[in-house]
Design a protein around this ligand. Sequence first.
Ligand code: NAG
Ligand code: NAG
Length: 247
Amino acid sequence: MHADMKVTKPFILRCFLVSLFLSLPFLFLYLFFPKQPHNPITTKDLRIRPGYSSYEAYIQRQLNKTLNPRLRKIWTTRDWDRKIPVFSRFFEDLKDKKLLHNNSKALCIGARVGQEVEALRRIGVADSVGMDLVPYPPLVVKGDFHNQPFRKDTFDFEFSNVFDHALYPQRFVAEVERTLKPDGVCVLHVALSRRADKYSANDLFSVQPLVELFRNSALVHVRSVDGFGLDTEVAFRKKGEPPRRSL
Ligand SMILES: *[C@@H]1O[C@H](CO)[C@@H](O)[C@H](O)[C@H]1NC(C)=O
Ligand SMILES: *[C@@H]1O[C@H](CO)[C@@H](O)[C@H](O)[C@H]1NC(C)=O
């Protein structure tokens, strides 16, 4: 009995120490991972920028840029004439590639004052609208790209050059895939080789995270563009049978 006790005590102690040691990595994971419950998809090639204490703080910062009177003046004057022809050329090109048609119902996400919407309308895509946190009638309606104010299967075509502003990239993409019709096309302009602006909420280092996020779509093409600081165009087509047209 006495001898048994002598053996058992250190044995139990050793078991305890070993299990404590083995559980340390899990304790470590527990302590460090739940700290970012909102941004579970930060990966090597897609990093959410730190510093947003809440969704409200994030929206406030985005609004700050969108409502900046000096910027709005520039967007509606000098930039208006400078950017619309460039957007028009991008969209004409997508028409040539059969990714966009005059009868496409089109949405521009994060369109601010709607230069890209105006470009779409000028090249003949009449049923086009923009969406942003601040509306700019008649081209841009109010809406948050994390929670689009549209029904599922609404659009044939969605364009955005503000993916880097998404605090929740998976929500951004899920909303695109929800509101696109089956066989609908999404075209994103993103910055891969240089960092976008100080209002960005994420940084993208390759196309791979996008391919993973667009789970219900197929990659159509990746190509270089010169899009106002954004260098890469990525096009996806949502899977599924296109809706039958009654002609
Ligand atoms: C909002 O913008 C103004 C300039 O328009 C700037 O002075 C201020 O620091 C900004 N605030 C935040 C929270 O970014
Ligand atoms: C599309 O609309 C533009 C502008 O109205 C027009 O010039 C063009 O011919 C149209 N294309 C087709 C295929 O109908």
